[in-house]
Design a binder for this molecule. Structure first.
Ligand code: PLP
Length: 387
């Protein structure tokens, strides 16, 4: 169907941070399939995990115990501090699970039609409930009637949430991204999440974080919420969890972890041995290769380098980012930069029309980081001269 507008290129193979197109041309991947392949392409440990598991057992069903799923749930609990996990196949599905938890929690509080607080500029997926939760009219337009049960506030605005708490008694949860990804790499104030956590405690709301894009190391910690001293009730994951195999997860802690009872939710493919063994290999590799500190180091290299080269230009509004989730915001629309970059051998993305988004792999070497800086410098300079 015509729901995508693909660029005129197709890749034949990849290795590490490199991709090759059908005609053998090489490209540096600073996008990772939108934040997915953090370990790069054809990582030997991931290939091995997929091949070994495929040779043993790909799928049974959640009507049986799944050993690898239990191992992965235990590992996720260990690195997150959360207690239990529901496995699915995508970020939207992980958020659907979170939304269902919020509804169950609301009904437990005797609210007949519970609502979830969501933010402007957010992105939570393309299913009916998650596109309703998404704070972008373009994603919703044409799909009305939308799902009921959401109330929207501006992002990074604690007062707006406090006002909702004062004026409404039908709220059961808040769902928010620690950093808005699709919304243009928007980083909230340092106390934003902590304060939301406190408001959630005071009001008995579930504190639900969409870490589909920020999670699994992308921001330099396993999870973005770990930059503060807090523990959410629900955390959703996908993207980097499987390095490209489709897996999503909804983690919960405290009473939220026991809301789902048999029959409440499910997925045929969710948490099958193949995807779980792959995700275990992703976590082990990030641990063994000490990639989390490396992500923070790469953040310094890239932010400093970009700042030095183009940071003082009038048209550059801001260069920002946490870990390997980086943005260069220009004062004008620049979507054509995606195809210009491709011609220079670099994969990037533009969100909200004027924000160049970089989501490079964790295995980037210093030379590749320098390449990204230099190509972006050329790209932005020639674009600004011409526009
Ligand atoms: N949540 C966030 C924060 C995302 O960035 C995305 C995808 O970009 C999603 C949810 C949806 O994930 P998926 O496309 O796997 O359904």
């Amino acid at each position: 169907m015509s729901n995508y507008r693909p660029l005129d290129i197709s890749f034949a193979r990849g290795e590490g941070a490199w991709l090759w197109d059908q005609s053998g041309e090489r490209y540096l991947d600073a996008l990772c399939g939108i934040g997915v392949t953090g370990l790069g392409h054809a990582h030997p440990a991931i290939t091995q995990a997929i091949c070994e598991q495929a040779g043993q057992l790909i799928h049974t069903s959640n009507i049986y115990n799944i050993n690898k799923q239990q191992q992965l749930a235990e590992k996720l609990a260990l690195i997150s501090g959360m207690s239990r996990t529901f496995f699915c196949n995508s970020g939207a599905e992980a958020n659907e699970a979170a939304i269902k938890l919020a509804r169950l929690h609301g009904h437990q509080k005797d609210i007949s039609e519970p609502r979830i607080i969501v933010t402007e500029g957010s992105f939570h997926g393309r299913t009916m409930a998650t596109l309703t939760a998404t704070g972008n009219r373009k994603v919703q337009a044409g799909f009305e009637p939308l799902v009921q049960g959401f109330i929207r506030v501006p992002y990074n605005d604690l007062e707006a949430i406090k006002t909702v708490a004062e004026e409404h008694n039908d709220i059961s949860a808040i769902l928010v991204e620690p950093i808005q990804g699709e919304g243009g790499i928007q980083i909230p104030d340092a106390d934003y999440l902590t304060e939301i956590g406190q408001l959630c405690k005071q009001n008995n709301w579930l504190f639900m974080l969409d870490e589909v894009q920020t999670g699994m190391g992308r921001t330099g910690n396993w999870f973005a919420f770990q930059q503060q001293d807090l523990l959410p009730d629900v955390v959703t994951l996908a993207k980097g969890l499987g390095n490209g195999v489709p897996i999503g997860a909804c983690l919960a802690s405290g009473p939220a972890a026991d809301l789902f009872q048999p029959g409440h939710h499910g997925s045929t493919f969710g948490g099958n041995p193949l995807v779980c063994n792959t995700a275990l290999a992703v976590i082990n590799t990030i641990e063994q290769d000490k990639l989390l500190p490396r992500i923070s180091q790469l953040n310094d290299i890239l932010l400093q380098g970009l700042q030095q080269k183009i940071g003082t230009m009038d048209a550059v509004i801001s260069i920002r980012g946490q870990g390997l989730m980086l943005a260069i915001e220009l004062d004008r629309p620049c979507t054509e930069l995606v195809s210009h970059a491709l011609k220079l051998g670099l994969l990037i993305n533009v969100t909200t029309e004027n924000v160049i988004r970089l989501l490079p792999p964790f295995i980037l070497n210093d030379e590749q980081a320098e390449d990204i800086i230099n190509i972006i410098n050329d790209l932005v300079r020639s674009f600004l001269e011409e526009s």
